[in-house]
Design a protein around this ligand. Sequence first.
Ligand code: GCB
Length: 892
Amino acid sequence: MNKRSLLPLFMLLAVAMPSEAQRITQTLNSNWEFHLGNESMQPADSNAAGWTWITVPHTWNTQDTEDDEPGYYRGTGWYKKKLYIPSGWKDKDIYLFFNGVAQQADVYINGKPAGSHKGGYTAFCIPASAYLSYKAGAANELLIKADNSENETIPPLSGDFTFFGGIYRDVQVIALNKVHFNMGDHGSGGVFITTPTVSAEQASVTIRGSFVNNSGQRKELTLTHRLTDAAGMTIAQDTIVYHVNPGEKTAFLRNMNVAHPRLWSPDAPYLYRISAQLTDRHTGKILDEVVNPLGFRWYRFDAAKGFFLNGKPLKLIGTSRHQDYAGMGNALSRAMHIHDVELLKQMGGNFLRIAHYPQDPAVIEACDRLGILASVETPVVNRISESEDFARNALNMHLEMIRQNFNHPSLIIWAYMNEVLLRPRYEKGSPEQEAYFKKITSLARKLELLTRKEDPYRYTLIPNHADFDLYNRLQLTKIPMLVGWNCYQGWYTGNFKDFERFVEWHHRELPQKPLLITEYGADADNRLHSSSPVRFDKTVEYATAYHRAYLETIRSKPFIAGAVIWNLADFSSETRAESTPHINSKGVLTMDRKVKDAYRFYQANLLKTPYLHIGSPEWDLRAGIARPGNKPVCTQPVQVFSNQEEIVLKLNGQTLGTAKPRSGIAVFQVPFINGPNLLQAASGDGKVTDQATIDFQIIPTRLNDKDLPFTSLNVNLGDQRYFYDPADHEIWLPEKEYAKGSWGYIGGHVFKKKDSRVAYGSDKNMLGTGLDPVYATQREGIKQFKMDVPDGVYTITLHFAELHSPRQHETLVYNLSGSEAAPDHFSVRTFNVDINGGPFLSPLSNQQYMVPERAVSFTTTVSAQQNKGITIVFTPIEGEPVLNGIQVRKIY
Ligand code: GCB
């Protein structure tokens, strides 16, 4: 190689390699030791404690939330780690950067307190230089006390989610030259970008921030801002020289203009980059650099016409998101955070409500890249406490949130206070309550003022629950620029029409106030199905019907600027009970991000590319009763989700018919045969197709049918839903009354919690079982269960639970109807169970095996002889007998 060819290569390397002089950022996630508990441990005693090795992100609550038992550990956890500082860092400023420690943290370096932080959802930065040893090979000891105890001064105080504890986001060590951008500004990068004016013709950019000179010498520094396009071409540049005294902090404010900017939008999220660089004017050495994303867009909310982006109307449709995942609590990897935003994009969404708290930076970065508009909020949820400390902490975390997330073009709304009047304190109408309400209004005003001062370019929002008059009276609909309503009409209360009435009410009463539906959703358990779904049954089909009704209304009203599905994925909420204990199942994805039909419904309605998907393919084992008279088939509806004009469905190679989807759903009545059924769906033009194989178990009308020999039957008493149990690969049928030759119950009534407006079956978590849907419903006062099965040997399992409780339950915490706790009617229940004339359970009682709120089951083997089938008789001794479920399997 001659010199001429070497030169370009050398230049290339000089550009590509990071300058040695710039900041060094390393994650410190590996090889931490962890110790649970020990609130009062002193750093000096820490070696005596027992430690286990863990990796950050980490939470100590994963186990708690996986188990069936209610409650989770809220207290202290300790983390320690050895930190080795290269000797070359002696002349640097060193910081420890924590992206998230829940809910508060005390940081010790080499046994000395180095800093602390309150609030589990924002980052904080600890100056470490003064505490470190720089001796070659020396190990510095980091010790962090994390604490997620209940604390009346740190928001959130209450909420429908689990407050996981631990160092659950990345930890970094950052080494900087003594001259660097300000690291002391609320965990921010110290540089703040705004675009005060943007149009297709031109955009203005301002860059403000500060830097420090800790070098001990007077410095002549060049501050350069360079705006580059996505390909790295410099579009604009600004340079200024500062003469800075030792120890001085210098604030700067610079402007740039860009002609004909490429705009940022969900369809084309074009990102520029803007770097801020500090250079030593004499040596030319780069001292520090931070790079931020930059997107050019302008937007406005109009109370009558909705949202406009870059001058065009855009209905915001998306989801909220909690930051947890099945089996992992909130300790997710960056990739998992990013994947959630990808899943939202793949659903066709264009908006993410980052709720109820700021999340990992990976989330908002992904929104920038993928073109998802976003809001983020401070977790003042359900209620406040009246102390000054609470207000101070709320305001501080709000400020941290704003400064830390300031430079993201996807972010258009700062929010605070979710449903802050949900859990009002004090007696209704009392002076104490009025004083409490005043505190809420005053805190809202302070948060609003702070936000507008910090960022005059974005909108502000308070999401409320649907108590219009109260929020209005307390000014919470007036203080923010946007009003959000969390709407659950047709779930916790009323019906879908009530939702329409509610938004119209808002528009009539507050015609100047732009409106967002900040939440709407219905729980769906992918294992539960119904062809006649009802409110609160948690079936997939009810959730689909709910989303369909809401989306139709949302689309038909231009004054609804946007709507946010609650939630992207199911999430942990330890206090929840019902069919999915400890989980709020309003996700359109499951906790491990499996698709539910509601997600397919949105894909069919929002995606612009051709889309077609057969509904509920994961319900791949179904069952039903044979249609009388015919060869054994059982007809059940199948939904196909598509944005195509016309859908053709085939069953086992035969065309069943065509249908035109309405609101993205085409419904077919499918005559399933016993065994595997191949469903094939195609768009009319054949361009998009999908298929699913459903194993169908036909239960003969007469159980001694020769052509369709009886094998097994699982019946969920007091229930009209199908329950698919994927773990055991079993399908449960709704109950029916006995008819001759067939099977069913005789006598009794469906369990219904008295006075309850919300529950389907019981709203309690039945302990000791994974079959919660079976135990949540029952037939009370049952006299017999009869099956006219052919002669043979059978195993029978009977499932029982006492659904009433001697202890008074709280009302479902998130019952937005606001109704009071329904009284529980517990009384002694004792009965005998006989099978085919012989005693089986003599007796069964809620005073012994049938402990309230715990599942109990008994299996036995029975002979059916002389065409008499199986008869189970329930005889009351005290109170009414009950039966929750029955399973019958022919052995031979
Ligand atoms: C709400 C709350 C949210 C709950 C949700 C629900 O209004 O804002 O935190 O999870 O309702 O599912 O009840």
